[in-house]
Design a protein around this ligand. Structure first.
Ligand SMILES: *[C@@H]1O[C@H](CO)[C@@H](O)[C@H](O)[C@H]1NC(C)=O
Ligand SMILES: *[C@@H]1O[C@H](CO)[C@@H](O)[C@H](O)[C@H]1NC(C)=O
Ligand SMILES: *[C@@H]1O[C@H](CO)[C@@H](O)[C@H](O)[C@H]1NC(C)=O
Ligand SMILES: *[C@@H]1O[C@H](CO)[C@@H](O)[C@H](O)[C@H]1NC(C)=O
Ligand SMILES: *[C@@H]1O[C@H](CO)[C@@H](O)[C@H](O)[C@H]1NC(C)=O
Ligand SMILES: *[C@@H]1O[C@H](CO)[C@@H](O)[C@H](O)[C@H]1NC(C)=O
Ligand SMILES: *[C@@H]1O[C@H](CO)[C@@H](O)[C@H](O)[C@H]1NC(C)=O
Ligand SMILES: *[C@@H]1O[C@H](CO)[C@@H](O)[C@H](O)[C@H]1NC(C)=O
Length: 334
């Protein structure tokens, strides 16, 4: 589809307009084109494409033709003598625009990465001799998508290894970031590890996913070490920082572990103490058990001895009696 601009420019040349006024219009248009406006928009949001027309002669919209073209001369929007005219609008821009008549700004909704480029706002005045271009403004649109907050994850398990492999990733951003790195913070030192960035781009949305990986040595001492991942998008976007990731000996990394550590120490001291107490108590009990049967036995022995003693006394007496009796009765048996 040829742009309206081409058609209407030809119309102007064919018109009876004088050379001077044609040159004047051309100069005006060129000046508008030279000072292109810069506009930024975020993915999936709305871009503002200003015309910055001041309308110094207060021409009514019913006498004007206002339209926007992209760099491929496809029409985004057209206001023809005060009425919206969708005939010339390219399918890709249908129902994506709204015009702010007050401020002469065209809003382009659902911004895609593909939408970046230059746009032109044209204003023509309908005069008896035809449409006369009276104003043009160019606008360069750049599109950004904010990367997600970088996220650090541990890839390999720490068991039996002296290093730990960390991967940091950030998704759905545009344009390609400038730099991505790890900041390795020890007690006194902050080391910057710039690693080759892995990137993948979505075919459809053109958004980037990026990641970096690095192997860190796990410190042997008890000092906690933290790693932060930093993503520097293209300026003017600001740096993005991940949450700090702590690496270090498993004990005493977090307060919870500290508690466990204390519990362990308490356990280590208390457990042998309890064991020793138990053994001592057991030994005492054992000794008592050994002694008690002896004592009772001894008592029994004493009793038996006593009894036996009594018995023997009695028997002695009896013997004596018997002897007396015997001596009385049978002295021959002695
Ligand atoms: C775009 O924005 C809409 C709402 O504003 C949301 O529902 C949708 O998920 C967004 N799409 C993407 C790709 O971010
Ligand atoms: C412009 O014209 C409209 C009528 O078409 C009028 O109401 C308005 O006051 C005018 N503004 C200026 C600044 O002349
Ligand atoms: C780490 O080891 C645990 C079990 O020891 C396992 O469940 C987990 O999936 C492992 N993680 C990785 C990233 O290999
Ligand atoms: C940190 O610095 C202090 C004094 O500046 C020093 O005593 C200590 O050994 C350093 N620690 C490490 C891990 O380098
Ligand atoms: C990027 O990451 C998002 C979310 O994690 C995922 O849905 C998408 O498929 C990824 N795109 C590419 C090109 O890897
Ligand atoms: C860390 O893990 C990633 C993903 O599994 C792998 O590509 C990379 O080679 C590993 N790096 C090191 C130093 O082990
Ligand atoms: C280590 O932990 C202490 C508190 O537990 C904290 O103040 C300090 O910043 C941490 N150091 C590092 C390098 O993470
Ligand atoms: C993107 O990040 C910038 C700050 O860097 C912020 O001003 C802007 O609102 C963010 N845009 C979106 C769509 O999140």
């Amino acid at each position: 589809m040829p742009g309206l601009w081409d058609l209407q420019w030809m119309g102007i040349c064919d018109s009876t307009m004088g050379l001077n006024s044609t040159l004047l219009v051309m100069a005006l248009l060129l000046s508008g084109a030279a000072a292109a406006l810069k506009r930024r928009a975020y993915f999936n949001e709305t871009a503002d494409l200003p015309c910055q027309f001041t309308n110094p002669r207060n021409i009514s919209l019913s006498e004007l033709v206002v339209f926007w073209q992209d760099q491929e001369k496809l029409v985004l929007y057209e206001l023809y003598l005060g009425k919206e005219k969708p005939d010339n609008v390219d399918p890709k821009y249908v129902s994506r625009t709204s015009f702010d008549r007050e401020n002469w700004i065209l809003h382009l909704h659902s911004i895609q990465i593909k939408d970046q480029g230059s746009y032109q706002c044209f204003i023509h005045h309908k005069r008896p001799q035809g449409l006369v271009p009276i104003y043009q403004k160019d606008c360069d649109l750049s599109v950004f998508a904010n990367f997600s907050q970088p996220d650090i994850r541990q890839i390999s398990n720490i068991t039996g290894r002296s290093d730990i492999n960390l991967t940091c990733s950030s998704v759905q951003g545009y344009p390609e970031p400038k730099e991505m790195y790890f900041l390795h913070e020890t007690e006194n030192l902050t080391t910057k590890h710039v690693v080759l960035m892995q990137k993948s781009q979505d075919n459809d949305t053109e958004l980037y996913n990026v990641s970096i990986s690095f192997s860190f040595l796990v410190p042997h001492d008890t000092n906690n070490v933290s790693v932060i991942c930093v993503l520097q998008p293209e300026p003017p976007e600001t740096e993005l920082h991940s949450k700090p990731f702590s690496i270090g000996p498993k004990k005493s990394v977090s307060p919870k572990n500290d508690k466990n550590y204390i519990l362990q120490i308490v356990g280590l001291i208390l457990l042998p103490l309890i064991l020793v107490c138990w053994i001592v108590l057991f030994l005492i009990k054992l000794r008592r058990q050994k002694r008690q049967p002896k004592r009772s036995h001894e008592g029994h022995e004493c009793e038996t001895v006593r009894v036996e003693g009594e018995k023997s006394q009695q028997s002695e007496e009896r013997v004596e009696d018997q002897a007396l009796e015997r001596s009385d009765e049978e002295p021959s048996t002695l």
